[in-house]
Design a protein around this ligand. Structure first.
Ligand SMILES: [Mg+2]
Length: 263
């Protein structure tokens, strides 16, 4: 079923939210902060920060920000006390629910290390390539690479990872003008949401009602996980998504959070 525009369906969602304790899960880039050319400059707007803080203070909902960035990076960028933060697509989590770090096999960690060194060496002559080491994964950014040199960059990543991909130790996923090089594990944002929901459920009580907002392919895992028991919101032009609702852009996410604050 095609996703419906959330602000148009607001009354319906409001009914679902009534008298429930809510757990709001948010992606960062493209959801809370617009995608920018230099990912180091993706900051929270004052308006967005104000709404997140207001929601947090209202005390009716828990909030987690889950991102492909490293845990340290995402925690620093948002920096609101009382939130849970998930880095590396949920491989590392820290918040009121406790700490979690997915036990990535030693072999995969060694593979990441080898790949990092090879990619650094092979791509150092290509202007504009930026390799980000996120501890549990790598991102090769090519937003600033000239068109004519994109193939060289793609080829170098493919060659550097080939052996480890064949051994099933790491996976390479296309990101937004980037390659994500991650350990090949079955943990994802959906499992992270499940972990946080379980940890935040009082023994014998009902788990909080999950509401997930995100714009990435990796957010689809979370959409599938809570499809039947919460609300799912895709950010961007409505396309193939498992989410029930969509918002067009970061501005509409801010509008939505503002409405949440008021109820
Ligand atoms: Mg995103």
């Amino acid at each position: 079923m095609a996703a419906r525009h959330l602000l148009d369906s607001w009354e319906e969602l409001k009914t679902d939210l009534a008298d429930r304790s809510l757990y709001l899960f948010l992606d960062y880039d493209g959801t809370l902060s617009p995608i920018v050319r230099d990912s180091g400059k993706a900051v929270l707007s004052l308006r967005m920060r104000g709404r997140l803080e207001a929601l947090s203070k209202a005390g009716r909902c828990r909030i987690a920000v889950i991102s492909g960035r490293s845990l340290e990076d995402i925690r620093r960028r948002v920096g609101i006390a009382g939130f849970a933060y998930g880095g590396n697509h949920g491989l590392e989590v820290e918040g009121p629910e406790g700490k979690f770090r997915y036990p990535v096999p030693e072999k995969a960690m060694r593979a990441l290390d080898d790949v990092r060194r090879t990619v650094e060496r092979e791509l150092s002559p290509v202007p504009g390539v930026f390799l980000e080491d996120k501890g549990l994964s790598l991102t090769v950014h090519f937003r600033r690479v000239k068109r004519g040199e994109l193939l060289i960059a793609a080829h170098a990543v493919s060659e550097a990872t080939r052996l480890y991909r064949m051994r099933g130790e790491i996976v390479v996923r296309p990101g937004k003008e980037a390659f994500e090089i991650r350990p090949s594990v079955t943990w994802d944002k959906g499992k992270t949401v499940q972990w946080l929901l379980e940890k935040s459920t009082i023994a014998g009580g009902e788990p909080p009602w999950p509401l997930y907002v995100g714009d990435d392919r990796t957010d689809e895992d979370a959409f599938r996980e809570i499809r039947e028991r919460g609300a799912t919101v895709f950010v961007g032009a409505p396309r193939q998504t498992e989410a029930r609702y969509y918002l067009r852009n970061v501005g509409e996410v801010a509008e939505f959070l503002g409405r949440l604050v008021r109820i």
